[in-house]
Design a protein around this ligand. Sequence first.
Ligand SMILES: Nc1nc2c(c(=O)[nH]1)N[C@H]1C(S)=C(S)[C@@H](COP(=O)(O)O)O[C@H]1N2
Ligand SMILES: [Mo]
Length: 406
Amino acid sequence: MNRRKFITKGAVVSMAALTGIEFVFGNNIPFGYTPLVFQQPDPFTLFNKDKRMSVLNNKPWNIEAKAHLLDDQVTPNKFMFIRNNGIIPEQIDTKKWTLTIDGESVKIPITFSLQDLKTKFKQYTYQLTLECGGNGRSEFDPPAKGNQWTIGAVSCANWTGVRLKDVLKEVGFSDDAVYVGYHAADQHLSRNPKKEPISRGAPMAKALQDETLLAFQMNGEDIPLAHGYPLRLVAGGWPASVSGKWINRISVRNKIHDGPKMGGSSYRVPCKSVAPGEKVTDEDMCIIESMPVKSLITYPMSGAMLPIERSLKIRGHAWAGELEVHKMEYSIDFGSTWTTCNIDKPVNRLAWQHFNANITFPKVGYYEVWARATDSQGNSQPMLVPGWNPKGYLNNACHRIAIKIT
Ligand SMILES: Nc1nc2c(c(=O)[nH]1)N[C@H]1C(S)=C(S)[C@@H](COP(=O)(O)O)O[C@H]1N2
Ligand SMILES: [Mo]
C-alpha cells in the first residue's frame, strides 16, 4: 500500500500551542512540510536589504554586499552587510533599555537609561568604517571555516551617539583599567540564556578615542534592528566585532577582556607569520587591532564593456584602519605598472576615502583593473592573498574588475 505520511496528532497540538491558534485540518499536513507561519520570511524584506545582497547563512543571519553595491559615499542600510553570531533580540522596549557601566576598575557601577545617555552627554556624528575581520576569508587556501565572505563585509555609515569616553569619565575608573568589554542582548544559538554569543571589546586607548561612540542612530535614523537597535558600540577602523550591537553593559576590566570570542583563534592571528595550514598554539596568537589598508572599486561593475574610443571612469573607496590612505593607484597590466588615482581626504578620522581615475586602453581586448591603496606608514595592499591564518582574517589583497574593450 502506498500511503502518504502525515504529521502526528502530537505535532499538531504543539504547533497550536506555539502559535496560540488551532490548526484546523492540521492532521492533513504532509510530513516534512513546514506550514507558512513557521517559514522564515525572506531576509531582504525582513532587514530592508537590496535583493542583490548575498545571503551566506540564515542561522545566524549573515549577509554581504557586492563591490558595485557599495558605490555610495555613505553606505545606506539596504547595502550594509549583516554579521550575527547569535539570535537577534526581539521585543525591545526602549523605555526600559539600560546600559550599565561596571567592572573591576569601576568603584560604583552606574546604570543609564537611553534617555539619560541622550540628554546628559553631548552627541556627535562620525562616518565610521566597519569591516568584518573575516572579510575576504573565501580566498584563503587551505580554506578557513566560517562565513565565506568575499569582499562585501564592509560599510561606512554615519553614526550618531555619545562618546564612550564621556560616559566612562562620568562613572569614573581607576588607573588599573586595561580594557572595556561589552555585553549584549542577543541570544546564543543554543538559546541557553547563560551563554553569550559574543562579548568582545577594546583596550582603554581605543575606548577613549573621540570617535568611539555609544550610538543610537545610523544615517540619521534609529539604528535598524539587525545593526544593533537601540544601542551599539561603534569603534571604526578595528575589526567590526569590537562594535558590539544591542549592548546593555560595558565592563571596565583590569585585564584583557575574556568574554566569548576573545580567545583561541577568534579574531586573533598568529603573532608571527606561519606556513599555510600550520597549527598555531594559543600563546602564539595575537588579538587583531587596527585593520589593514584596503580598497574597493565600486564602479563600474566587474565585466563592464566599453568601446575603444571612450575612456573608463573608475571610482571606489579606500581605508586603512587607524591610519589614513595616502596613495591610491590602479594597474591595467596585472600589476606590472601602476598609475596614481585621485583620492579625497576622509571627512573625519576612521571614515573611508573616495578615489577615482580616468583610464584609457591601448587596444581592443580583455583587461583587468587592479586597485592598490597605500597607508600613511607606507604599507600597500598585497597583490595576492596575504599571510594565511587559521580563521582566515585580514585578507586585504587588491580588488580587481574585468573589463572588455570593444
Ligand atoms: N551583540 C553582538 N554584537 C556584534 C556581533 C554579534 O553577533 N552580536 N557581531 C559582530 C561582528 S563579528 C561584526 S563583523 C559586526 C557586524 O555589524 P553589522 O551586522 O552591523 O554590519 O557586529 C559585531 N557586533
Ligand atoms: Mo565580524
